[in-house]
Design a protein around this ligand. Structure first.
Ligand code: TXA
Ligand code: MG
Length: 320
């Protein structure tokens, strides 16, 4: 299949592809998503197929605005609404699934994950489609999520109807997935929101890795080569220097400078936000030129929580 490469001005073309049951990759504030009409079962099945996604892993449904979401799901409980009104980016909430969303979207569960992107382009695109879009990240299942159109192209060219060629995404990791209970917020997947923000609204419980959070059961963010992370302590630099001797390594660094390592390096950025924005692109670049990727570790502080989790999964828990 020929994958149409669309400019940001070509929203109408992409919307007509969605309306006729096709799949289109588009940017959001977090990562690029692979969108399909959330009410069209055949289109949803295509999404699972092209990604090679396990049928047990449910998708997120994206709405053009909070108004549209509240109109289409009028019986959403007021605590969930309250959280959505307070946090307007990188947030996904799991709620009871209304009948008009087919069960395949939710991998058969009676809940559904919904979100309103904070990206103007994404919202404009969903609006033009006239229906909410079910969209997982636009990568082949297991790979790091795409933060640039080139990543989408590398994984899905020839397998999808069209993709947008837009700017790199602002946040760089996926949304935080939560469930709002009467007395607390359960975090099912850490993501673009610092959970400290959620704690200001209600007590927070992190429950990743359970049956509550199907995505946590599958291999994720894996580079094509080995990857390890160094423990963040005062010997980190020496340990990395020892480890990369005689290896074709790339060091992903944020703490030390390039000259500290006698190998290829990629600078991730200084702040947690900058590092997060660059992490997946750095992994995808490093894997092409290395036998092993070594990532400098991060301090044990809440603002690094999502980075810790994603790197732990990319390295399959290997710490040096
Ligand atoms: O930022 C994002 O969330 C991106 C952009 C494109 O919106 N999307 C994304 O989708 O990361 P995906 O499919 O790669 O991850 C969806 C996550 C998975 O961990 C899945 O298990 C969880 O959301 N999820 C979806 N529906 C769920 C449900 N009903 N209950 C629990 N978890 C659910
Ligand atoms: Mg994904």
């Amino acid at each position: 299949m020929e994958t149409k490469l669309l400019n940001p001005t070509e929203i109408a073309i992409a919307a007509s592809i969605i309306k006729s049951g096709g799949v289109v990759a588009f940017p959001t504030e977090t990562v690029y998503g692979l969108g399909a009409d959330a009410t069209n079962e055949a289109a949803i099945e295509k999404v699972f197929e092209v990604k090679g996604r396990p049928a047990q892993n449910p998708l997120i449904v994206h709405f053009e605005s909070l108004d549209d979401l509240f109109n289409r799901i009028p019986d959403m409980d007021c605590n969930t609404r309250k959280v959505l009104l307070k946090i307007k980016k990188a947030l996904t909430v799991v709620i009871p699934r209304p009948d008009w969303i087919p069960a395949v979207v939710s991998a058969g569960l009676n809940t559904v994950a919904v979100r309103v992107p904070s990206c103007e382009f994404a919202c404009g695109f969903i609006k033009a489609c006239g229906v909410p879009l079910a969209a997982p990240s636009a990568n082949v299942s297991g790979r790091p999520s795409p933060t640039r159109w080139q990543h989408v192209q590398a994984d899905l060219k020839g397998k999808i109807d069209a993709m947008f060629k837009c700017d790199p995404t602002r946040i760089g990791v996926e949304s935080t997935v939560i469930k709002v209970l009467p007395d607390k917020i359960q975090v099912l997947r850490l993501g673009g929101i610092n959970t400290k923000l959620l704690e200001k609204i209600m007590p927070v419980e992190i429950v990743g890795g359970s049956k509550e959070s199907p995505g946590a059961n599958f291999k994720h963010y894996a580079p094509t080569c080995k990857m390890v992370v160094a423990k963040y302590d005062k010997h980190m630099t020496t340990r990395i220097q020892q480890y990369i001797k005689d290896k074709r390594a790339t060091v992903l660094h944020w703490q030390n400078s390039t000259t500290d390592y006698n190998s290829k390096t990629i600078y991730l950025g200084k702040t947690p936000a900058a590092i997060t924005k660059n992490l997946y692109a750095a992994i995808r670049r490093a894997e092409k030129a290395s036998d092993v990727i070594v990532c400098e570790g991060f301090p044990d502080a809440p603002k690094y929580e999502t980075l810790h989790e994603r790197v732990a999964r990319a390295t399959e828990g290997v710490i040096i």
